[in-house]
Design a protein around this ligand. Sequence first.
Ligand code: TRP
Length: 451
Amino acid sequence: MSTQQKSFSSNLGAIMAAVGSAVGLGNIWRFPYTCGKYGGGAFLIVYVCFVFLIGSVLMMSEFIIGRRAQHTPVKAFSSLRPDKKGWWLIGLLGIVTSFFILAQYLVLSGWTTGYVWESLSGSLAALGTSAAPISDYFTQFSTGSWKPALYLVLFSVLVLIVILGGVQKGIENVSKILMPFLVFLILVLCVRSLTLPGAFKGVEYLFSPDFSKLTGEGILAALGQALFSLSVGMGVMIVYGSYIPLGDNIFKTAMWITVCDTLIAILAGLAIFPAVFSCGFDPAGGPGLVFCVLPNVFNSMGSAGVVFSTIFFLLLMVAALTSAISLLEALTATIGEHTGVRRAVGAFIFFFLGTLLGVIFSLSLGSLSHIKLAGLTLFDFVDKLNSIYLPPLCALGTVIFLGWVMPESDVRDEFSNHGNLGVRFYGMFRFIARYVAPIALLVVFVSGILS
Ligand code: TRP
């Protein structure tokens, strides 16, 4: 079955679904701690530049490839230049990356789902406000066997249900409800956080740049974070691109998504840093920031803490859900196109494989931690693959294909909706896609390998 019949119902639907994919743990969990690690304001500026200059161009490129080809990634590359062999490998690389990201994402999403319950039931609140019991609790929780696995499976089932609903009724409708809900939750938290005593220090930390703290490593991390946050470099946006209605303006659509994704990352920073500073914690808390530092912050808010903590983890879960949906959709659509299996069958296959691998990754933090690949646990190994190797490589292949291999007339035609739209930004888009983005991605990829 080709993907041709499938499409989002409107531009709003397409934007909501893609924002749903982009806004995820990357914005609310990864962005704050990465920003905290590399010095706050200065990192934010570099990040925003990368997001708009390179990330948005990558997203447009993936949309153009997907919508032009009306195929899932592997066939998209081969159908746009049938005479050039081998480019389908970039599509395959994207799909493989999506699969690994899905499995890893499910682990983190499972923790988040678990923490919604742990908050609501009062178990987190019972830990009090000293740091050690809270981080011990998290370590015990995340390295345990059955609990994280159980929550992981629960979360995967939710994802599967939405995918079985289809592109419009499932993905689009769920995104249209969950995204505004997410914005509401994050605003509630921002108001709470910004009205705490001493909150201003957190705002200052996020917005006043101290460039002396910015390192080369920080700059590379900013570009990596930009790619991750926009869900580019893994073929998912090629699949969503093939669902974008033909009359939609790709440039504007990608810009809207980029703006929303960035605003939500900044709002997450505003919800987290003021509270962290107000309670006297370290903003550079690393990946444990939201699981180890925030419960502390919530517990120091007295009885209302339970409410805010539940809201926070629910927010994180909602954000993760719409992202996981897009990952499973990309895999489902691709297997459907290649083998002709029904949508439900394809969804089940990847649901099963993704969940299984997710549980193995989860166990690799506890009872399977003795199994090592290249000296790392399976979880850390796949984390490395998913952050420094696969997405930059796939993104690099994608922009080179768009800038140098795909016929220029096709690119321009898709960018301008067959000449019906102005092409004011086309020159800049093409310049970035041909020169700036490939160089930047190459630098990230090579330095990732060397590090
Ligand atoms: N953008 C997602 C986030 O910010 C993470 C992500 C990376 C992703 N690549 C993806 C989500 C591909 C869906 C599809 O959390």
